[in-house]
Write a protein that binds this ligand. Structure first.
Ligand code: SAM
Length: 247
């Protein structure tokens, strides 16, 4: 009988305050912590003295296989994943890898605060109405499909949350997305950008589709962009999407 298990632990956007009590407990109880170096560093104080395997970006499949192997050997493994593990995180891949095992270990998914929630709170209340979440990363998704989703979301007047607005090799993703949204929405549409939510480098931009060109170059791999719908507005530094209440 397999006694080990893999817990996929969402570590939130990067500040200790955003780590849930459940995530802390699971990290505390684990024998081995596996993860992308940046996310392991975010929880370094909580895992002092534990066995740690930290690896580079792009090694996701290897990390999952290693987590499963160690759990099959009997260890309690915490596989850390930034934000929420089920949102562009490690949860799905881990379940796929576990699905190949003849004798799979137990798996549990520990939710985390996703970047969209953390960034929305810093901007105000932009996600009060229907919203679409789109990753601009074309590493695992063909750009054609991303373009189609951007057109559909903008044409349907969704608030649009953009994850991965910039990759190491593709610096023009956000500019292309902006052009597509501008085919459906006016230049005055409110846009909020947050870089490094909850981290030392945290930065916020209050812009519109028209003038966001001023800061698009500063968007990096830890930036999240929220494009409002036709009713979203900026007021006193807060981005607000009204939900229809009468005042
Ligand atoms: C591969 S996705 C992982 C998302 C993560 N699982 C989550 O739930 O937030 C990485 C993208 O999330 C966004 N992101 C992650 N942490 C962030 C933060 N602290 N501030 C702003 N955006 C962040 C960025 O868009 C980044 O390119």
């Amino acid at each position: 009988m397999i006694t080990g298990k893999v817990s996929v632990v969402g570590t939130g956007p990067g500040s200790p305050e955003h780590l849930t009590a459940q995530a802390k407990d699971v990290l505390f109880e684990s024998d081995l912590v596996i993860g992308y170096r940046l996310y392991v560093n975010h929880v370094a104080e909580l895992i002092e003295g534990k066995e740690i395997i930290a690896s580079a970006m792009g090694k996701e499949v290897e990390r999952c296989r290693q987590a499963v192997e160690e759990a099959v050997r009997g260890k309690k493994v915490a596989l850390v994943s930034g934000g929420d593990p089920g949102i562009y995180g490690m949860a799905g891949l881990l379940l796929q890898v576990v699905g190949e095992e003849p004798e799979p270990p137990l798996v549990e998914i520990i939710p985390g605060v996703t970047a969209a929630g953390a960034a929305a709170a810093l901007l105000g209340a932009p996600l009060m109405h229907d919203f679409a979440v789109i990753s601009l990363s074309d590493l695992l998704t063909p750009w054609d499909a991303i373009e189609k989703r951007l057109h559909a979301a903008a044409a349907a007047d969704f608030v649009i949350v953009l994850y991965n607005p910039r990759s190491r090799s593709r610096t023009d993703l956000l500019a292309k997305a902006r052009e597509i949204v501008l085919e459906h929405q006016v230049e005055e549409t409110a846009v909020g950008m947050i870089r490094g939510a909850g981290r030392k480098e945290q930065q916020k931009w209050e812009v519109t589709l028209e003038n966001m060109t001023c800061c698009m170059e500063e968007a990096d791999m830890a930036t999240l962009v929220i494009i409002g719908n036709s009713r979203t507005y900026w007021q006193n530094g807060k981005m607000i999407t009204p939900r229809g209440y009468e005042l």
